[in-house]
Design a protein. Structure first.
Length: 634
């Protein structure tokens, strides 16, 4: 403590005092920033997870605030990984300048620019997290000895006071020798391992990630002159780059079906940037002309993995239209340090979730039956959401800064990011309602063409409000859509307010046979989802990841986080647990579970006799609208 304090004093004395300045709330201006920033990113040490950055920022003498991007589009939360920035040195005319972090906003740096200074030079490192990083998006790993994923918001600072769209940047990247790369950015010139991209706005740079690696494969999916689409893959192992003819055909169908759905393109070209690694997180993040998709290494080579994760690329592709081009008014901000508001995430993510799954079926990645099985799992999860008693669907969106980090523990009670799965059911019901009211002449497809298919070719965000959504729905099919939406968004109670599955001609049922989707997901995770029966889910190590509030296990005293040690006197295994549940069906004796809670052991008796219960959809009469929805567009 004392050494750190004394060191801080000595540095301040050596560099000159920096006045303490609190964060300013002045609005950024919509005018061009004078001069072009240059960004040089040296990735030759990327295999060591070290990115070296040199940045030049044109400036004028006087007080200056620099921002590190905090609110990253698509992440919806203040998630910029500033903690991974190291060694920041700012110089002017060869002399180091003192800077001070704002005490209220850790993403703001204040400094005084000396007279006679026309540009600042910044040098720093971004230390990419390893597997221990955890967290979301930029807080996860992004480099291995064989590949790297670059989100440019991680490796730059920018001047406060301007729209990101009005700040120009000249980016240059130096790669490890013989590595190949892909990005939606346009290449200006390339010399060996150094790539200079054409100058772009800061907005487009942050919206255009890059992947690079020793093992790389590029697959053209569409040669459409209005917007070609490419699948660019990097992997830790060359054996993971194998794309079967069937998979290639399905992804080509995805490119076709998406354009048929929306009726327009909002990209000059589109790149699926697919990283296959166990070490770089597992997620998808949308961008206007690309998507940053990070999946396990066996995604293309393991049938179960492909089945369970096939929806990721379609979901992110839909975001090019819904989320990037059409964007909620409160989720559009002039730069990356103005807070975002997530109240319309049930459109941004919910509608995207719905159509991402629809396009997974329409492209052939899922069969119609597998699509129904996926919807069955979604329906069951939302039917069993006890958190609906206190938290509305709307609040899961409003509280995104809180819900994004909740994880699976008490997931059924806390609801987490339910604007994704319940959003799917909301839009399924809207689709079914339009089909019903119009006698099958119109569908939700007509809504997205009217809403997202405007201004063909434009990449300038077009914002909207709740009233815009309701008004466009009403133009497609007259109905009181504002009331329809509010009744579902604002509802709290015991029942699932969405009736989309039933309106589509199906109903939820349970039996003791898991579907192919459920088998795939349990097999990949080495887990067991028993929430709809005994009332808990358990991971490969026997740890309870969630417990159904008010369910049999909950009533017996089980909670998330405890570890199953033995079942009916025998060492725990998922198969042994399932056998015990089967044996207890229609019998009088309870299931005996030896559990470990921290260092304490306890035997808990669960009085449960309804066997294994897996969700399925069965026909309920009327039109099979799910079949119509999943059918490819002609």
């Amino acid at each position: 403590m004392f050494a750190r304090t004394l060191l801080g004093c000595s540095v301040a004395l050596a560099l000159g005092a920096v006045p303490l300045v609190q964060a300013q709330t002045a609005e950024p201006v919509d005018q061009a920033y004078p001069g072009t920033l240059t960004l040089k990113l040296d990735l030759t040490d990327a295999p060591k997870r070290i990115f070296r950055i040199t940045e030049t920022i044109p400036v004028k003498p006087g007080a200056l605030t620099l921002y590190y991007p905090k609110w990253i589009p698509g992440e919806h939360i203040p998630s910029g990984p500033i903690n991974n920035v190291s060694g920041l040195i700012i110089t002017a005319n060869g002399k180091q300048l003192p800077w001070r972090r704002d005490l209220r906003d850790m993403y703001s740096l204040h400094l005084d620019v000396p007279e006679g200074t026309s540009a600042l030079q910044l040098e720093f490192q971004f230390l990419s997290p390893g597997e221990e990083g955890g967290g979301l998006y930029g807080a996860t790993g992004s480099a291995t000895p064989k590949l790297v994923d670059i989100e440019f918001n991680q490796v730059l600072f920018y001047p406060a006071g301007y729209y990101a769209s009005r700040i120009d940047v000249q980016p240059t990247v130096t790669l490890p020798r013989d590595w190949k790369f892909a990005s939606a950015l346009d290449v200006g010139e390339q010399s060996g391992a150094q790539v200079s991209f054409k100058p772009v706005s800061l907005e487009k740079l942050v919206d255009s990630p890059m992947v690079a690696g020793e093992y790389f494969k590029s697959v053209p999916l569409s040669t459409d002159a209005k917007g070609p689409v490419t699948l660019d893959i990097v992997a830790d192992d060359p054996g993971n780059l194998k794309l079967s003819d069937k998979q290639e055909a399905q992804h080509k169908a995805l490119a076709v079906q998406a354009v048929k759905l929306f009726g327009a393109r909002h990209y000059a070209h589109y790149n699926f940037l697919l990283t296959l690694s166990d070490h770089n997180g597992s997620f998808g993040l949308e961008h206007q002309q690309s998507s940053d998709d990070r999946l396990p290494p066996s995604f293309l080579t393991d049938d179960n993995m492909y089945l369970a994760a096939a929806f990721v690329l379609p979901h992110e592709f839909v975001h090019s239209w819904n989320g990037k081009f059409r964007r909620p008014h409160d989720l559009w901000t002039p730069n990356y340090n103005v807070p975002m508001q997530g109240d319309l995430l049930w459109v941004y993510e919910g509608l995207t979730n719905y159509y991402g799954e629809v396009l997974t079926a329409r492209s052939g990645m899922w069969t119609a039956e597998q699509y129904r099985d996926w919807i069955a799992e979604t329906q069951a999860g939302m039917v069993y959401r006890t958190g609906r008693q206190w938290r509305s669907l709307q609040d899961t969106a409003d509280a995104v800064q809180l819900t994004s980090h909740q994880g699976s523990s008490w997931g059924n009670r806390m609801r987490s990011v339910d604007y994704y799965p319940e959003g799917t059911l909301l839009w399924l019901e809207a689709d079914s309602k339009i089909r019903e009211l119009s006698g099958g002449k119109r569908s939700l497809d007509d809504f997205v063409r009217a809403f997202h298919g405007v201004q063909d070719g434009s990449q300038v965000p077009l914002t909207y409000t709740f009233d815009d959504v309701a008004a466009t729905l009403n133009k497609v099919q007259p109905y009181d859509w504002a009331k329809f939406l509010h009744e579902r968004l604002d509802y709290t109670g015991d029942k699932l307010p969405e009736q989309g599955v039933e309106a589509a001609g199906w109903k939820l049922s349970f039996d003791d046979k898991p579907s192919s989707i459920q088998k795939a997901m349990e097999g990949l995770r080495h887990s067991a989802n028993l929430l709809y029966g005994i009332g808990f889910s358990v991971n490969r190590d026997g740890k309870l990841t969630d417990v159904q509030w008010g369910g049999p296990a909950f009533k017996a005293g089980l909670v998330p986080g405890v570890k199953l040690v033995a079942v009916n006197g025998r060492d725990y295994s998922a198969d042994g647990l399932k056998d015990a549940i089967k044996a207890a069906k229609d019998k009088g004796g309870p299931i005996q579970l030896l559990v470990k809670n921290n260092e304490f052991f306890q035997t808990i008796s669960v009085d449960y006799h309804d066997g294994l219960r897996y969700p399925h959809l069965t026909r309920a009469g009327g039109a099979d609208r799910l079949g119509q929805i999943a059918a490819p567009l002609k």
